[in-house]
Design a binder for this molecule. Structure first.
Ligand SMILES: NC(=O)c1ccc[n+]([C@@H]2O[C@H](COP(=O)([O-])OP(=O)(O)OC[C@H]3O[C@@H](n4cnc5c(N)ncnc54)[C@H](OP(=O)(O)O)[C@@H]3O)[C@@H](O)[C@H]2O)c1
Length: 284
């Protein structure tokens, strides 16, 4: 994949960005986003529920990088589902970010009144407040339904994708329907010794790269946008250096063989998980 992808509405999106989940502290988040922007990242992935949109906006302003060179993604949390609430939530995100438009706005979870939310998002899109619309954690059947009953087609589905949960059919379907797959948790948040996995380590050694870089490159070669998170400058730099090598077909197959075909972060089809997500409320 090239350094950027073209969304189904023509908007360009960087193929590699920076995620800021689990960085709630204002100063820390601002510092790492500034570092990422200084190191050449041009996509920042935040969410209303992460509690750090203000820090992201502050870093963007302080960075000196032109607004139109930065691609900002944020997300609508379940508590704001529904047409009226979503309209207010979009404005609240714009206010916290201190921006007059958001590049990509995602429904964070396929829960609550997502159809009402989508109508409000379509209106904000037409008004120029949102440049592209998408979803996260939507299975393909939910996406198909959303597409059939609305005018604007989702441009992106951000889903859990890493060496232990690869979801090849789901990714294939997205690509066939011109919806960009974007990986959250590309490193499985470090679970199951992903950074010291012997298979990934051997591929990394062969290319003189790190295991993290191999994982990101493997996703990139599968046409998947990546948004790794780190609070360490050296890792932020490392994670962006994936353009100077290519995995062979055999190496891609070795990576494919690591698939354990199960989420490491819970099952959205479990009523208890739905209850937990629905009960999570943020207030900031
Ligand atoms: N839509 C959704 O539902 C959803 C869910 C989860 C995440 N996301 C998005 O996806 C982004 C990425 O996912 P994630 O943050 O959950 O997890 P991740 O990127 O898979 O993993 C982050 C972890 O890996 C460590 N790490 C990063 N680079 C490393 C490197 N080169 N070597 C060793 N360790 C490294 C980080 O530690 P340090 O920070 O200590 O370096 C952190 O513990 C999020 O930030 C968020 O924007 C979306």
């Amino acid at each position: 994949m090239k350094n950027e992808v073209t969304l189904n509405n023509g908007l360009k999106m960087p193929a590699l960005g920076f995620g800021v989940f689990q960085i709630p502290d204002f100063d820390e988040c601002k510092r790492v986003v500034l570092t990422a922007l200084k190191q050449g990242y041009r996509l920042i992935d935040t969410a209303a529920a992460y509690g750090n949109e203000r820090a992201v906006g502050a870093a963007i302003r302080e960075s000196g990088v032109a607004r139109d060179e930065i691609f900002v993604t944020t997300k609508l949390w379940i508590q704001d589902a529904g047409e009226q609430q979503t309209k207010l939530a979009i404005q609240a995100s714009l206010d916290r970010l201190g921006l007059d438009y958001i590049d990509l706005y995602l429904i964070h979870q396929p829960l609550g009144d997502v159809y009402g939310s989508w109508r409000a998002m379509e209106a904000a899109y037409r008004a120029g407040q949102l440049k592209a619309l998408g979803v996260a954690n939507f299975e393909n059947d939910r996406l198909q339904d959303l597409m059939m009953h609305n005018e604007i087609k989702p441009a992106v589905d951000q889903i859990e994708l890493h060496p232990f949960y690869q979801q090849p059919q789901r990714v294939q379907w997205l690509l066939e329907h011109d919806i960009v797959p974007e990986a959250w948790g590309p490193f499985a948040e470090g679970k199951q010794g992903v950074f010291t996995n012997p298979t990934i380590q051997a591929i990394a050694t062969a290319h003189g790269k790190t295991t993290g870089q191999v994982i990101l490159k493997w996703l990139n070669q599968r046409q998947i946008v990546v948004i790794p998170k780190s609070v360490h400058e050296a890792r932020i730099i490392e994670n962006a250096q994936i353009t100077d090598f290519e995995l062979t077909e055999a190496e891609m197959q070795q990576m494919a063989d690591l698939d354990e075909k199960q989420s490491l972060f819970g099952n959205i089809h479990d009523p208890e998980a739905v209850k937990q997500l629905g009960n999570f409320k943020f207030n900031y």
